[in-house]
Design a protein around this ligand. Structure first.
Ligand SMILES: Nc1ncnc2c1ncn2[C@@H]1O[C@H](COP(=O)(O)OP(=O)(O)OP(=O)(O)O)[C@@H](O)[C@H]1O
Ligand SMILES: [Mg+2]
Length: 463
């Protein structure tokens, strides 16, 4: 800015020195004022630039908010909106400003609800209240609304700030998520079923082998009894006649007949034959029981389970199809009481034993040790059952260890392992409140070690 030069008027004669001094002072004052003015102007320009910057900042923030934003005055007239609302309603900012905020609602019913809410809760704020707004395409869209009052420093209500998020999209996303979750659950159920069928296949192979024995001796005994029955009928018919008819003339002496038909031997043999039949029938019933327990549909409420019996049964069945050299050393207390599904826990134990059998393939000294016990829980906690399954098989490669429980992880050739056994077992044990872990034992024997822990459901058995 160019400084205007003051033109001094001609000083009165005689007062030259005094006049000049006065003029110098005036000019100095004007200089000072001018300097002040310059500084004010610079400060004003700086403030203006800062204001402009903050305005742009606020604008960009408002533009980047995906939720709709409405600022209105005390009477509900719109003062300010953000681009999200303009996009939602399909109207420009200028068309919205000055109109009543309640006009944005979908219909009269929603307007009444909104007015009612604002009049009752407006001062305290409204949180996540679902109301329908009219979108640009004319549809009523559910919006989750929040409303906060704008107050003067003295606490007087100046207006309201409304923010809202259209929930239609969110709902659709939620439904898709739910659908995906349901599909996943269904697939998991199918996998569980497939694995159960595989275990059932192993069980059935064992069962077929096991049933063969009692059934063949039941059949043998029944055939003997049939022959004995024929001899007894002949003998009794000879003595008492058939159906009340008198004895035939010339029939052999009863004593001779008794000897020929070896009636005493028959009578002596019969109890053993009948005992054999009972034993065979009982063994068959036990086998069928085991099958039923395995295939039982899981009950909603957990049943008392003796883990020792479950493991013994699993070992019994897997051993049937194991190579002859495979030895299992069981060291378990009589009772390891827990709660859950015996069928599912048997599936876990069968998987662990079967894996050990597979890992020991080709070894003549194959060995699986199953050691179990219960430890008292500290500070009123329930006791814990821990069972170790340690074999001397091929062992686990350190890089495989973190992946063992992943679905479909298998080192077995295609067609020999699904890689689901451990992952499904892990899920079952977890649902029973327990844990299943694997480790590489630090012994010269090598092999693998799995530890199964479960919360105990009964008193701690000492000794
Ligand atoms: N006792 C073990 N010793 C060495 N490796 C083991 C042992 N148990 C499991 N593994 C390893 O963990 C992998 C996964 O086991 P998992 O039981 O999940 O599946 P799988 O046995 O391969 O297949 P499936 O159980 O369906 O027959 C096995 O392929 C094997 O590499
Ligand atoms: Mg397996």
């Amino acid at each position: 800015m160019a400084r205007p030069l003051p033109v001094p008027p001609a000083p009165p004669a005689g007062d030259d020195a005094l006049g000049e001094q006065a003029w110098i002072e005036v000019i100095q004052k004007m200089d000072e004022v001018y300097n002040d003015l310059l500084q004010y102007e610079v400060a004003l320009e700086e403030k203006n630039a800062a204001l402009e910057e903050s305005h742009q900042f606020i604008e960009s923030v408002l533009a980047s908010i995906s939720d709709i934003l409405i600022v209105c005055d005390r009477d509900g007239a719109i003062i300010e909106t953000n681009p999200a609302l303009q996009h939602f309603t399909g109207r420009a900012a200028e068309a919205l400003v000055g109109t009543p905020v309640f006009d944005l609602f979908a219909d009269e019913g929603e307007r009444v609800r909104a007015r009612h809410l604002v009049s009752i809760h407006g001062r305290d704020g409204i949180h996540d209240c679902e109301l329908h707004l009219r979108a640009g395409d004319g549809t009523a869209v559910p919006v989750s609304l929040n409303c906060t009052p704008r107050l003067t420093p003295a606490g007087k209500l100046m207006g309201l700030v409304l923010t809202g998020r259209p929930v239609g999209e969110l709902r659709r996303a939620y439904q898709q998520l739910r659908q995906a979750h349901d599909d996943l659950k269904r697939t998991q159920g199918q996998l569980l079923h497939a694995e159960k069928m595989a275990s059932l296949g192993r069980l059935v192979a064992g069962v077929a082998h096991e049933l063969n024995n009692p059934i063949s001796f039941v059949l043998g005994n029944v055939l003997s009894l049939k022959r004995y029955a024929a001899r007894l009928t002949e003998y009794l018919g000879a003595i008492h006649g058939v159906e009340g008819a008198p004895l035939a003339q010339g029939s052999a002496e009863p004593a001779a007949l008794r000897q020929r038909l070896r009636i005493d031997r028959v009578l002596e043999d019969m109890p053993a034959l009948i005992d054999g039949l009972i034993e065979g029938a009982e063994r068959t019933r036990d086998i069928v029981d085991a099958l039923k327990r395995f295939s039982a549909v899981d009950k909603a409420t957990p049943e008392p389970v003796n883990l020792t019996e479950v493991i013994q049964r699993a070992v019994h069945w897997v051993e049937k199809s194991a190579p002859p050299g495979f030895r299992v050393v069981l060291d378990l207390p009589v009772a390891l009481p827990c709660a859950g599904s015996s069928g599912q826990l048997q599936q876990v134990a069968m998987n662990l034993v079967q894996n050990a059998v597979d890992a020991c393939a080709g070894r003549t000294d194959a060995r699986l040790e199953i050691l179990g016990g219960m430890t008292a829980g500290a500070g009123g906690q329930p006791a814990t059952i821990a069972v170790h399954f340690c074999d001397n098989g091929a062992g686990i490669a350190p890089e495989s260890l973190p992946h063992l429980f992943e679905p479909f992880f298998t080192t077995k050739p295609v067609g020999q392992g699904t890689g689901l056994g451990l992952s499904i077992s892990y899920g079952i044990v977890e649902r029973h409140g327990g844990n299943l872990t694997a480790s590489i034992p630090d012994t010269p024997d090598g092999g693998a070690c799995f530890m199964l822990t479960l919360p105990a459901a009964g008193p701690l058995q000492r000794g």
